[in-house]
Design a protein around this ligand. Structure first.
Ligand code: IVH
Length: 700
C-alpha cells in the first residue's frame, strides 16, 4: 500500500499525491509550530523511503532527493532543538560521541546455546525434547546460525528505546546510539498488533561486501587487514563515534521475539510478526516436522549459506511452540528447547615450502607461508598469511612443517596449527629476518607493535612503488591510465622515483616506453594533469601518511585548513582533534619530521596541487563518462556496496533506475542476482554487465 498526502484544492476538489513524489519545500521563514509540523513530515517521508529501500529493495526517489530531505531535517532539528527525537531518521548518520558505555542488566538473561558438530547429537536432542514433553506432536524451526554479534533491542510504544550487547548474559553495554545507525532497523513502528513493550533479539553483522570494501581501503592505506567480519562488527559496535559506525554500514537479522502476545504462540509466528513490523528477518528459516527434515535442512544449507550476505557457522534448531519451550525450560547455561549444529570449519593439511616476507608501502613486513597446493572450499590454496612475528612464535613454526590451513570467515586462508605428527626431528625454527628482504636495512619494531618495519622509507623499492601506487589509485588521486604496471615501468626506467616526478613527465619521454604510443602517452599525461585539481583532503590522504586514511585526512583538512598548519601542529594540538589518537598524532609528527617528505610537499605545491582546504568543494558531476546512461544495480559486489555504486554512477553523469525497462542501458549484475531479473533484461534486450565490465567502463 502506498501512502498519500491529500491536498485540499477547494471545498470539493482534492488532490491525492503519493508521498514519494512530494519534495517538501521549506518556506524561508516559519514559526515554531510550522517547523514542528515540517520536522514531523520530513521524518515520516524519510522513514517511508528508508523502509522501501532497505525493506523492499526499491526506491521511488533519487539518492540526491533523499539526501536533500535528510539534510533539511538535520538543519531544522539543529535550529529547533526542542523537537529532538532520538529515533528521528537523522540519528542514522550518527554523530553522538559516547566516552563510556553504560552497563545495563538484561530483563531476561541472554543465554547461549549448546553446540554440537554431530548429527547423532541432534537425534539425542530430538529424543530429549520428546521425553521432556511426553508426546510426539511437536515441531521444530531450523534457522541459520549467523556469525555476528548478539544484541537485545527493547521497543516501547513502537519506538526503539534501548539496544544492549549480550555482555556476560546478565548485563551488557548500552550501545543504542550505534545501533540507530543500522538503516534496515525500524526506529519507529506503526502496526495494529504491536505490543506496548517488547524485546527483539538478533545478530548484528558486517555484510561481506562492506567487509571487503573496508579491507580494500585498509590495504590501500597500508594498514593491517581486518581478520574477519565478526570481529570487525564487534569492534565497530564499541566505537565511541557513531558517525564512524554509520560509515561501516552494519546490518542486522533478528531471530527472537521476547513477549507475551495472544496471537504469537510459535517461533514461526514470531518471525512472521517481526517481518510484518518491518524488521529484517532472513528468509532462510524453515519449519521442520521431524529429525529427517532437520537433517535435510542442514544439508541443503551447507552450500546455500555461501550465498547469504554474511558468514554463518551452523544451524540453530528450536522447538516451534512457545508453550512447549516453556515446558522444557532451561539448564543453568542454555535452553532445553534449542541446540546449535555447527558446520565443520573447512580445513586442510599441507606442507610448508617456505616463508617469504612482503614489504608494504608503509614498510610493514608481512610473513607469507608458501604451501604445497591444497584444495580448500573449492579453491586451491598456495599461500596463507602468517600475520607477524608473534604469530610465527605462537605456532612454533618450523621449516618443512605440515600445517593446517583454514578459510573460515577470513578472506585470506590462515595457518591455524602445526600438524605435529609429521614434524621432522631436529627441524629448524622459522626465523623472522632482522634485515629487510628488499633493501637489507635493519628492521625495527616499536614497543607494543606487532609488526616489523623497514625504516628505509626513501630507498626501499617496494615502499617507493607502493607509495606512488597509493597516490595514483582510484580511492585517492584517481589518476587515469596509471595503474601498478605503468608505475613499475616508469620506476624501472628511472623516470619516476618519487611522487613529484609524476608531474614532470613529458609525452615525448613516455612514448619511448615499451607498449606506449602517442595517444596512450598523451592519455597518461592528461590523467596526471587532471589530478592536480583534487581537493586538499584527497591530496593529504594520497600522500600515504601512516594511519591517515580517508576519514582522518578529511578531519585534519577541515580542522587545520592547510598543510602548513598540520605540519606545524604540536602533538597536543593534533591529539586535541576529535578522532585523532596517540598513534595517528605520532605518525603525523614523524612524517613532517623527515626532510624528504617536506621536499615532496614543496615540489607538489610548486606543481599547483591543492594544499589548502576549500569549504565550497562541491562534489557534483565529476565527469561525463557515463553521460546519459541508465543503470539498474542488482546483487552483491566485491569492491563496492550498492550506495557506493549509485554515487559513482551519478558522479560520472549516469542515472540509476529501480526497475528494468526496454529503455534501460545496463543491468549491473553482482553475485546472487535473481534469475527473474536476468530473464527480464534478456527479454528486453538490456545489456547485462559485470562488476569488471563496469570498472572498465569508468576507466578503472
Ligand atoms: S537463538 C537462548 N537464533 O548464537 C539462545 N541465536 O550460541 C537463543 N545466533 O548468542 C539464541 N544465529 O548470538 C539464535 N538464528 C539464531 C542465531 C543465534 C546466531 C547466536 C546468538 C547466540 C548464540 C548462541
Amino acid at each position: 500500500m502506498r501512502d498519500y498526502f491529500i491536498f485540499v484544492i477547494s471545498q470539493d476538489i482534492y488532490l491525492l499525491v503519493p508521498i514519494a513524489y512530494i519534495i517538501l519545500e521549506t518556506p524561508i521563514k516559519m514559526n515554531t509550530s510550522q517547523a514542528e509540523k515540517k520536522i514531523t513530515e520530513l521524518r515520516d517521508i524519510i522513514e517511508y523511503h528508508n523502509r522501501l529501500y532497505y525493506g523492499e529493495d526499491r526506491s521511488e526517489i533519487s539518492d540526491l532527493e533523499f539526501d536533500q530531505m535528510l539534510e533539511e531535517l538535520i538543519r531544522l532539528e539543529q535550529q529547533y532543538p526542542q523537537f529532538h527525537d532520538s529515533n528521528s531518521p537523522s540519528q542514522r548518520v550518527g554523530g553522538v560521541i559516547i566516552k563510556e558505555f553504560n552497563t545495563v542488566k538484561h530483563r531476561v538473561p541472554m543465554l547461549s546455546l549448546s553446540n554440537t558438530y554431530s548429527e547423532s547429537e541432534i537425534s539425542d536432542f530430538v529424543g530429549r525434547v520428546s521425553r521432556g514433553l511426553g508426546r510426539d506432536d511437536f515441531e521444530f524451526v531450523s534457522e541459520m546460525k549467523f556469525d555476528g554479534v548478539a544484541i537485545s533491542l527493547t521497543y516501547e510504544k513502537g519506538k526503539l528505546m534501548r539496544a544492549i550487547t549480550r555482555g556476560d548474559g546478565t548485563k551488557g553495554d548500552d550501545i543504542t546510539h550505534n545501533i540507530r545507525t543500522i538503516r534496515s532497523l525500524p526506529l519507529k513502528i506503526k502496526a495494529d498488533d504491536l505490543p506496548e513493550i517488547f524485546e527483539v533479539r538478533g545478530e548484528v553483522y558486517l555484510p561481506l561486501s562492506s567487509f571487503n570494501r573496508l579491507n580494500k581501503e585498509r590495504e590501500a592505506q597500508g594498514e593491517e587487514l581486518y581478520a574477519n567480519p565478526r570481529n570487525t562488527a564487534s569492534g565497530s559496535l564499541k566505537l565511541q563515534d557513531s558517525a564512524e559506525v554509520a560509515r561501516r554500514k552494519l546490518d542486522i537479522f533478528v531471530y527472537a521475539l521476547v513477549v507475551d502476545h495472544p496471537n504469537i504462540k510459535t517461533q514461526v509466528q514470531a518471525m512472521q510478526a517481526l517481518s510484518r513490523w518491518g524488521f529484517p528477518v532472513s528468509e532462510s528459516y524453515s519449519l521442520c516436522k521431524n529429525e529427517q527434515e532437520i537433517f535435510a535442512y542442514i544439508n541443503e544449507w551447507e552450500e546455500k549459506r555461501k550465498d547469504l550476505p554474511l558468514d554463518t557457522d551452523g544451524v540453530v534448531i528450536k522447538v516451534n511452540s512457545f508453550d512447549h519451550q516453556q515446558e522444557l525450560g532451561f539448564t543453568a547455561k542454555s535452553p532445553r528447547w534449542a541446540i546449535a549444529y555447527k558446520y565443520q570449519a573447512e580445513s586442510a593439511s599441507t606442507q610448508l615450502e617456505g616463508v617469504s616476507y612482503q614489504v608494504g608501502r608503509t614498510g610493514a613486513i608481512t610473513p607469507v607461508a608458501h604451501l604445497s597446493p591444497v584444495k580448500l572450499s573449492g579453491t586451491t590454496v598456495r599461500r596463507a598469511s602468517l600475520h607477524n612475528a608473534n604469530e610465527i612464535a605462537r605456532l612454533d613454526l618450523r621449516e618443512n612443517d605440515y600445517v593446517w590451513v583454514e578459510k573460515g570467515g577470513e578472506i585470506i586462508p590462515k595457518v591455524t596449527a602445526v600438524n605435529l605428527e609429521y614434524r621432522d626431528k631436529g627441524s629448524k625454527p622459522v626465523d623472522f629476518p632482522s634485515q629487510c628482504p628488499e633493501c637489507d636495512t635493519t628492521l625495527v619494531r616499536a614497543d607494543g607493535e606487532a609488526l616489523h618495519y623497514c625504516p628505509n622509507v626513501s630507498g626501499c623499492p617496494p615502499q617507493i612503488k607502493g607509495r606512488i601506487e597509493h597516490f595514483c589509485s582510484r580511492t585517492t588521486m584517481d589518476i587515469k591510465h596509471c595503474g601498478p604496471q605503468t608505475i613499475l615501468q616508469l620506476y624501472e626506467a628511472g623516470m619516476v622515483k618519487n611522487i613529484p616526478d609524476l608531474y614532470e613527465l613529458k609525452v615525448e619521454e613516455v612514448v619511448k616506453l615499451e607498449g606506449f604510443k602517442q595517444k596512450s602517452a598523451e592519455n597518461l599525461i592528461q590523467g596526471i594533469e587532471e589530478s592536480a585539481n583534487r581537493p586538499f583532503e584527497t591530496v593529504l590522504f594520497a600522500l600515504g601518511i601512516r594511519y591517515v586514511g580517508k576519514t582522518v585526512a578529511a578531519t585534519l583538512a577541515k580542522h587545520f585548513k592547510s598543510i602548513d598548519a598540520i605540519a606545524q601542529a604540536s602533538y597536543d594540538e593534533l591529539y586535541a582533534v576529535p578522532e585523532i589518537g596517540e598513534r595517528i598524532a605520532q605518525s603525523i609528527l614523524l612524517y613532517f619530521d623527515q626532510e624528504e617528505n617536506k621536499d615532496t610537499i614543496r615540489l607538489l605545491k610548486e606543481m599547483g596541487l591543492r594544499f589548502e582546504y576549500e569549504n565550497d568543494q562541491e562534489v557534483g558531476v565529476e565527469e561525463d563518462l557515463l553521460n546519459g546512461k541508465s543503470f539498474v544495480i542488482s546483487g552483491v559486489f566485491n569492491s563496492y556496496d550498492r550506495d557506493e555504486l549509485k554515487d559513482l554512477i551519478i558522479k560520472k553523469g549516469g542515472e540509476v533506475k529501480s526497475s528494468i525497462s526496454g529503455k534501460l542501458d545496463f543491468l549491473l549484475a553482482g553475485e546472487n542476482m535473481g534469475p527473474a531479473k536476468r530473464a527480464k533484461a534478456e527479454k528486453l534486450g538490456v545489456k547485462i554487465i559485470t562488476e569488471t565490465d563496469f570498472d572498465k567502463m569508468i576507466g578503472g
